[in-house]
Design a protein around this ligand. Structure first.
Ligand SMILES: Cc1cc2nc3c(=O)[nH]c(=O)nc-3n(C[C@H](O)[C@H](O)[C@H](O)COP(=O)(O)OP(=O)(O)OC[C@H]3O[C@@H](n4cnc5c(N)ncnc54)[C@H](O)[C@@H]3O)c2cc1C
Ligand code: FES
Length: 264
């Protein structure tokens, strides 16, 4: 992916609002004008959830929206850190580092984007969706989940929903719908952008590559530093005939799918 200019800031961001949303998520709005100005879809921020320093590591979160001096994140209370984050009150502050990583790159020739989201991957995809709409690029949005209780579709116009149990939309995996969507578009002027669990990214990559359509995937991993120093977040990539490694936090999280050596 194209390298973006670093403009990383670290500061105590005030919590402007926090609310529960459909899908079992929490949406938090933070006062962060510098990040809001610099952030690009696909980038993330890293939050110190507790001023006392426990848990020690910052928690990475994709950027859901960035405008009017504020940044929003959408998160699941998955463990101790995010559980603490979900109990923050309006007016409290959280130390934020960002924007981090490289975002999605949108080619000049792009006319149609197919956006694929699974789980909290819907968060960076929502930010990208807004950006594409501003640029008048048409979109097909495909959102997948295990069941309808886990679907977040706020803000998307007519998304295609797939659920594994068939409780909403199409029964099955997002890749079946992606295959149909890819068949309808010319490869040169289209691209797939995917964010979600790694098996979903791998499947999205295979489908897109079969149709000759560019696919950008937002990878994830446990992260310690978030800024490219500790090497705790590497993923395997193709380097000619060999395998090399790249840091998801600093070289990604967005990669061209053809670069990735899938290990799942
Ligand atoms: C670039 C990036 C962007 C992310 N964006 C979002 C987002 O927008 N919304 C959101 O809800 N989450 C996001 N995550 C995942 C989020 O960072 C983790 O869920 C969070 O760090 C867990 O912290 P915890 O203390 O609550 O859980 P822990 O107690 O540390 O772990 C709870 C469970 O979550 C798993 N987990 C921890 N970190 C990760 C991770 N990085 N990826 C996958 N599973 C993890 C653990 O293996 C464990 O099963 C993102 C992760 C990355 C790397
Ligand atoms: S988290 Fe330290 S290098 Fe990526």
């Amino acid at each position: 992916m194209k390298k973006q200019k670093y403009n990383i800031q670290v500061f105590a961001a005030g919590v402007l609002s926090l609310k529960e949303t459909p899908g079992g998520y929490f949406k938090m709005k933070l006062a962060a004008s510098g990040i809001a100005k610099a952030a690009r879809p696909g980038q993330f921020i890293s939050l110190q959830v507790n001023a006392s320093g426990m848990p020690l590591m910052r928690r990475p979160m994709g950027i859901f929206s960035a405008n009017k001096g504020a940044v929003e994140i959408l998160f699941k209370a998955a463990g101790k850190g995010t559980e603490m984050l979900s109990r923050k009150k309006q007016g409290e502050s959280v130390s934020v580092l960002g924007p981090l990583g490289n975002g999605f790159s949108v080619r000049e020739e792009l006319r149609h984007a197919i956006l694929v989201a699974g789980g909290y991957g819907v968060s960076p995809i929502a930010f990208l969706y807004e950006e594409l709409r501003k640029r008048k690029i048409t979109t097909t949005v495909i959102i997948g989940a295990k069941n309808k209780k886990l679907i977040f579709k706020e803000g998307f116009s007519n998304p295609i929903i797939t659920t594994e149990d068939g409780s909403e939309g199409f029964k099955g995996l997002v890749t079946e719908r992606l295959n149909a969507a890819c068949a309808g578009f010319a490869c040169g002027s289209s691209a797939v952008f995917a964010c979600g669990p790694v098996p979903m990214l791998k499947a999205a990559a295979e489908v897109s590559e079969k149709h000759g359509i560019e696919c950008q995937v937002s990878m994830e991993s446990l992260m310690a530093c978030g800024v490219g120093v500790c090497l705790s977040c590497v993923c395997a990539v193709k380097e000619g005939m060999d395998t090399g490694y790249k840091r998801i936090c600093a070289d990604g999280p967005v990669f061209d799918s053809r670069e990735i050596v899938w290990r799942t």
